[in-house]
Design a protein around this ligand. Structure first.
Ligand code: ACM
Length: 752
C-alpha cells in the first residue's frame, strides 16, 4: 500500500515536471530560422519547433560539463533534474572537432568527437536558440570544420582594452567557432603583460607620454599631450585564460621580438645595441630600436618567456619576428663580430640566429613557436609555424618546407583596413577589405602543390588598433568580417555570397539589437563604371543585399528611381548620389564626384598591371572621370604599383588637340608610398614616338600631390598617347621600409 502511494506520488511529481519542462510552445506560423554562421555541413530541417523551453540535465552529469553548458548555452535556462532532456555522447569515431546535434520534440542530443567537438555543438545550439527567438527548431545537424586553426588577433599595445572587453571579444569570436585568440601583447607603443622579474616593464614600458592624433600620413604630426597606458596583471591574464577555455578558445600570446621593441628598450636600454634611453613610441610605424642579440638579451628574454609560459597553457607561443630593421645591427661592432663568429651571411642570418635560438629555448620547454613570415628570412627555425601576412609567398615557401602555416595576408585578413569606401567611415589605416572580399578568400594559395596544402592549418583575421581608440571602435571594425571569416574557415557551406548575405544581415541585426557596434554595409551602394570610347562613362549600381536603387544627378534636387538593371550615364560635372532600399530599410547615401574629360572616351592598356591588392576597378579607374579619395589611397579609383611604373597607352577614337594632363598621386612615405621620379608623355599616333611633355623633381608637402604636365602638341594631331610615370624605385636605407620597392599610387589622369 505504502509503495503504491509512493508510486502515485512519484508519477504526479514526474508529470508536473514534464508538463513544466515540455510546455507546448504556442503554435504560430513562424518558420524556423536556420541562418547559422558558419553554415553547417549537413542539416535535416523541420519546420516544427521542439517543445523545450529549458535544458534539464541529469544530476549525474559531470560538474565540469555542467559548467561548460552554463558558459556556452548563454540563452538557456539550465536546470538539473533526474528526468532530463539533454544527452551528451562522446563518440571517438567522429572526426576531430566534429559533432552531431539532434533536436526532437522533447529532447536534445549532442554526439561529439572530443571536447572541441562538444564546444562546436554547443555554439550551434546557442545560435539556433537566438535565431528562433528562444525556441528550438527540430533538426539533425552533422558538422565539422574545414580548418583546425580559426584565429582572431587583437593588438592591445596601440590601444589597451579592459579585462571585461577582452572577455567580450572572446565571447564574440567564440560564438562563431573561432578557436584561437592571438593576443598581441607587446609593441613599440606599450608592453601590456606584467613580468614580475622586470618591474620597469610595468613602470616604464607600459606607458607612453602621448599619442598621435589623426592619420600617420597627416603632416606635421600632432599629439594629444595625454599620457596613455595600461597592462594586464598576471592574475588578470590567468582569469582571461580560464574564461577563454570555458568558451573553447585557446589564447596564443605574442611577445614581439627582436623588432617592435622600442617600449621594452625604453625600460631596459641595455637590451639595445646603442644602450641609449629611448621613449615608448607615441606614433605608429616601424622603429629602429630593436633588441641586440647579446647573451644579456637572451637571458632577459628567457626570463620573460618563462613567466609567459607559466601563464599560458597553449602549445603555441608567438614570438613576432616581423618588421625588424637591421640598421642598428649593421652599425654594431658586436653584431658584426657575431655574424663573423657564427659564420652567418649577413643581418638576415642574424635575425634567423635570433629566432632559432629563442625557438630552441621554447622547444625545450615543450612549446612551439609561431612567427610572422619574416622568420623565413635567413633560414626558417626548424619547428616554427609561419603566419603569412605580407602576401602568400611566405606561406607557400613554409608549406613547401613542410612547416605549419596560418594564412593571414594583408590582402584579405587585415580587419583594420577600411571596409567601405563611404567617406563617413571612421578613420582607418588605409586600403580596402570589404566583407565580400573576405568571403571570396581561399586560404589555400592556388600556387601551392596539392601535396603540401595540408600544411595550411587555417587562417586568421588581424585587428591592429592604431586607429581604434575604444572597444566600440574595435567592434565596428572586426565583427562583420570575423563572422565572414568564420564562414570561410569552416568550409563556406553557404555556397555563395548571394546566399550568405541575408544570413549575415540576420546576425548583424541581432548584434545591433544587443547594443553591439557592428558595422552594416549590406545596403551600401557600390558602382561599377564602364568606359566606352564611343559613348563615354556609365555606371551600374549594386549592393550586397538585393535592393532597389535611387540616384540624384548633379544640380538636381530629388532622387529618382533607377529602373531594374538600369545604368546611369555620367555626363555632368559634379556629385552623383545613390542609395539602396530593401525590406523598408535604406542604406547610407553614397556619392561620387565626376569630372568629365577627353580620356573618358578612350581605350587604355597598361604595360605593367597594378598590384593585385590595389587594382581599383581595373585600368579604366584612372580615366573614368570619377575622382578617388582625397585623404587616402585604395578603393575603386586608385591604382597602386609596387616597384613598377605606370606605363599606359591611351587610344582615342579620333585625332584631337590635347593641351595638358593633370595627375593626382598619393604620398605616404611611412607606408612605403613615394611620389614618382618623373613623368614623360609621348605622342604615339601613326607609329610615332615623340615626347610632348614631361615633369621631373616631383615634390609635395601634402599627401595628395597634384601635378600638371603641359603638352606641346600641334592641333589636332593625336589619337594615341603613351604616359610613363616612373616609380621612385628602391626606398632609401634609414627610411621606413628601407631597401624595399616603393609603391606608386595614382588616381584620375585628367586629359584636356
Ligand atoms: C604585421 O602586420 N606587422 C605582422
Amino acid at each position: 500500500m505504502k509503495a503504491k502511494i509512493m508510486f502515485v506520488f512519484l508519477m504526479l511529481i514526474l508529470l508536473s515536471c514534464n508538463s513544466d519542462s515540455t510546455k507546448e510552445t504556442k503554435s504560430t506560423k513562424e518558420t524556423a530560422n536556420f541562418n547559422l554562421i558558419p553554415a553547417v555541413n549537413t542539416i535535416t530541417k523541420s519546420n516544427e519547433f521542439a517543445a523545450i523551453d529549458r535544458i534539464l540535465v541529469a544530476p549525474s552529469l559531470d560538474a565540469r560539463l555542467q559548467n561548460l553548458l552554463k558558459a556556452n548555452l548563454t540563452k538557456f535556462k539550465i536546470e538539473t533534474q533526474k528526468e532530463n532532456n539533454f544527452t551528451l555522447k562522446e563518440n571517438k569515431q567522429l572526426p576531430t572537432e566534429a559533432y552531431q546535434l539532434n533536436i526532437t520534440t522533447k529532447a536534445i542530443e549532442i554526439a561529439y568527437s572530443n571536447p572541441k567537438g562538444l564546444m562546436n555543438g554547443l555554439k550551434t545550439l546557442n545560435q539556433l536558440q537566438w535565431l528562433n527567438n528562444g525556441r528550438l527548431p527540430q533538426c539533425t545537424i552533422k558538422d565539422k570544420p574545414l580548418f583546425k586553426y580559426r584565429g582572431m588577433h587583437l593588438d592591445v599595445s596601440r590601444h589597451f582594452f579592459s579585462v571585461a572587453e577582452i572577455k567580450q571579444y572572446i565571447d564574440l569570436i567564440s560564438a562563431y567557432k573561432i578557436n584561437y585568440f592571438h593576443w598581441h601583447l607587446t609593441d613599440d607603443q606599450g608592453w601590456r603583460i606584467e613580468i614580475k622579474k622586470y618591474p620597469k616593464i610595468q613602470e616604464i614600458a607600459a606607458k607612453r607620454k602621448e599619442t598621435l592624433v589623426g592619420h600617420y600620413n597627416d603632416q606635421p604630426h600632432q599629439f594629444d599631450g595625454k599620457p596613455y597606458g595600461g597592462y594586464y596583471t598576471q592574475a588578470a591574464i590567468k582569469d582571461i585564460i580560464k574564461y577563454a577555455s570555458t568558451k573553447g578558445v585557446e589564447i596564443i600570446p605574442e611577445i614581439d621580438i627582436p623588432g617592435h621593441t622600442a617600449a621594452l628598450i625604453s625600460a631596459y636600454p641595455e637590451l639595445s645595441c646603442h644602450k641609449k634611453q629611448v621613449d615608448v613610441a607615441t606614433k605608429w610605424g616601424v622603429f629602429f630600436d630593436v633588441l641586440c642579440p647579446t647573451d644579456y638579451t637572451f637571458s632577459f628574454l628567457e626570463d620573460v618567456f618563462d613567466e609567459v609560459m607559466d601563464l599560458f597553457p597553449s602549445k603555441y607561443i608567438h614570438i613576432g619576428g616581423d618588421e625588424c630593421p637591421k640598421d642598428q645591427w649593421k652599425n654594431s661592432e658586436f653584431c658584426q663580430q657575431l655574424i663573423a663568429k657564427k659564420g652567418l651571411k649577413n643581418e638576415l642570418g642574424l635575425q634567423s640566429y635570433f629566432i632559432k635560438r629563442m625557438e630552441s629555448y621554447l622547444n625545450k620547454k615543450g612549446k612551439q613557436i609561431i612567427g610572422w613570415d619574416e622568420i623565413l628570412e635567413g633560414g626558417l627555425a626548424p619547428n616554427a609555424t609561419v603566419m603569412s601576412w605580407r602576401g602568400t609567398e611566405g606561406g607557400i615557401e613554409a608549406a613547401n618546407h613542410h612547416h605549419e602555416v596560418v594564412m593571414t595576408p594583408t590582402s584579405h585578413c587585415y580587419f583594420d583596413y577600411y571596409q567601405s569606401e563611404n567617406p563617413q567611415e571612421p578613420l582607418a589605416i588605409g586600403s580596402f577589405i570589404p566583407f565580400e572580399k573576405v568571403y571570396n578568400w581561399n586560404p589555400i594559395p592556388k600556387e601551392l602543390d596539392a601535396a603540401n596544402q595540408k600544411y595550411i592549418i587555417g587562417g586568421q583575421g588581424n585587428v591592429w588598433t592604431e586607429y581604434m581608440h575604444t572597444f566600440s571602435d574595435v567592434e565596428y571594425m572586426f565583427i562583420t568580417r570575423m563572422m565572414t571569416l568564420s564562414e570561410v574557415l569552416w568550409g563556406k557551406k553557404s555556397n555563395s555570397l548571394e546566399k550568405f548575405v541575408p544570413v549575415l544581415f540576420n546576425h548583424i541585426n541581432h548584434h545591433t539589437q544587443q547594443g553591439v557596434n557592428v558595422s552594416n554595409h549590406l545596403l551600401e551602394v557600390s558602382y561599377l563604371p564602364e568606359v566606352n570610347p564611343k559613348t563615354g562613362v556609365s555606371l551600374q549600381l549594386n549592393s550586397p543585399l538585393s535592393a532597389n536603387y535611387h540616384f540624384k544627378n548633379p544640380e538636381e534636387k530629388a532622387f529618382q528611381a533607377l529602373a531594374k538593371n538600369g545604368k546611369i550615364k555620367l555626363d555632368k560635372s559634379g556629385n552623383y548620389e545613390f542609395k539602396a532600399t530593401a525590406n523598408s530599410v535604406t542604406g547610407r547615401t553614397a556619392s561620387i564626384r565626376f569630372s568629365p574629360h577627353i580620356a573618358n572616351f578612350s581605350k587604355i592598356s597598361l604595360k605593367h598591371p597594378p598590384s593585385e591588392k590595389y587594382k581599383g576597378n581595373g585600368p579604366t579607374s584612372v580615366i573614368n572621370g570619377i575622382i578617388g579619395f582625397e585623404d587616402r589611397y585604395g578603393g575603386s579609383e586608385w591604382l597602386g604599383f609596387e616597384g613598377t611604373d605606370f606605363d599606359a597607352t591611351l587610344q582615342f577614337p579620333k585625332k584631337q588637340k590635347l593641351s595638358k594632363i593633370d595627375f593626382k598621386f598619393f604620398k605616404g612615405e611611412g607606408q612605403w608610398i613615394y611620389l614618382p621620379k618623373e613623368i614623360k608623355i609621348f605622342d604615339v599616333s601613326d607609329g610615332k614616338n615623340v615626347e610632348i611633355g614631361s615633369s621631373t623633381n616631383i615634390q609635395s608637402k601634402d599627401k595628395i600631390a597634384r601635378i600638371t604636365v603641359q603638352l606641346t602638341s600641334a592641333p589636332p594631331t593625336i589619337d594615341a598617347l603613351r604616359i610613363v610615370v616612373k616609380n621612385y624605385g628602391k626606398i632609401p636605407e634609414g627610411k621606413q621600409g628601407g631597401g624595399n620597392r616603393a609603391w606608386l599610387f595614382l588616381d584620375e589622369i585628367i586629359v584636356q
